[in-house]
Write a new protein. Structure first.
Length: 336
């Protein structure tokens, strides 16, 4: 297995200059670690994405836009999976490599674009994309590619910050009201951009409805849930700061349970997707068994057979050494 992904990693085109060399729309983790709600949000996100990805996982796992490689590192500690990281930014990859070497983590990191995954059809058992879908110029191109390189029984896990969370909605409304009343409108996080505003380097507004709409063509939903609620909401933070630590934890956990049930209002959306079965080509082998290619992107053999360009081709597109095309069927078995 490891040989397979090392071979795939070696196929990547030479690195080009990237406009993604710096990624800093959310301040580093340490910045938040003293805030109870922020510490909870980050810890719960990482834990839930890890668990959702590892659930039933076995074999090759691709982390798309792997950043500094912290997730790849975590997956590499589990013997059931062999993680591969794909990232556009060279500095991110260099940083990840340094940490991997220091900690003796062995996992390939590939420089490439999410829009054009440099892997063969059906390679991965799991693909995870955390906090990055709304950084891609063409998110749908990534989703089509993810469906292609996932095995038919594979899963895609997408974690996306929710810009229509309860916290964002309430703060947006209060901000407007404060403007009308002439009250100070300082952002509680001290950042130059109010936290509920979509950062400039995001290509769409992250929320559940958009995610469902974007994935519909290539995926079916398996599970969509929210993580954490009320992150950064000023009044919530004020209360969390003054109550004893155990009460704060209980409040954060209760809000998190609400988010699980109502992902539309949670701070982070964690979603698990199954690739949609697509029409394919059924090919009869010499024993009379039918094999199917998937996702409308026929396997090498099926493609050669269908187009009549492979070894043994007679040129008429019908009779071949490997087998012959019997019909164009959907994978559910309907004749087209
Ligand atoms: C917010 S960071 C998330 C990184 C990591 N997944 C995490 O959770 O820490 C977004 C990442 O997406 C990467 N990125 C943006 N566009 C990309 C593309 N088209 N292909 C691959 N990576 C891309 C950026 O370089 C950056 O590392």
């Amino acid at each position: 297995m490891r040989q397979v992904h090392e071979r795939e990693a070696a196929r990547v085109a030479p690195a080009e200059a990237s406009s993604y060399d710096i990624c800093s729309d959310i301040p580093p983790h340490e910045y938040w670690s003293n805030d109870r709600d922020s510490a909870f949000y980050f810890e719960a996100t990482v834990r839930n994405v890890f668990d959702a990805t590892m659930n039933g996982a076995r074999g090759l796992l691709l982390d798309v836009a792997s950043g500094e490689g912290s997730q790849v590192r975590a997956f590499a500690h589990n013997k059931r999976v062999q993680p591969v990281g794909l990232e556009m930014s060279l500095p991110m990859i260099v940083h990840a490599h340094t940490v991997f070497e220091r900690e003796s983590v062995s996992a390939p990191l590939v420089r490439g674009s999410a829009h054009e995954l440099p892997f063969r059809d059906g390679t991965f058992n799991r693909i995870v994309c955390q906090g990055s879908l709304d950084h891609f110029d063409v998110p749908r191109a990534f989703l089509a590619e993810a469906a292609r390189v996932l095995a038919p029984d594979g899963r895609l896990v997408i974690a996306l910050h929710n810009y229509d969370s309860a916290s964002c909605r309430m703060s947006r409304a209060l901000y407007r009201l404060r403007g009308i009343l002439g009250v100070s409108r300082d952002d509680p996080t001290g950042a130059s951009r109010p936290y509920w505003e979509i950062p400039e380097n995001h290509t769409f507004r992250g929320n559940v409805a958009t995610l469902r709409e974007m994935t519909r063509r290539d995926f079916q939903p398996d599970r969509v849930f929210g993580v954490s609620m009320f992150w950064l909401l000023p009044m919530w933070r004020r209360v969390l700061r003054i109550v004893p630590s155990r009460a704060a934890t209980a409040m954060l956990q209760a809000a998190d349970r609400l988010a699980h049930r109502s992902p539309e209002l949670g701070d982070m959306i964690v979603s698990v997707w199954r690739p949609r079965p697509r029409s394919g080509h059924f090919v009869l082998n010499r024993n009379g068994a039918a094999t199917a290619s998937r996702n409308g992107a026929p396997s090498d053999t099926a493609n050669r057979v269908h187009n009549g360009h492979g070894p043994g081709s007679s040129g008429d597109g019908k009779q071949r050494e490997e087998g012959h095309v019997v019909s164009r069927l959907t994978l559910e078995g309907d004749v087209e």
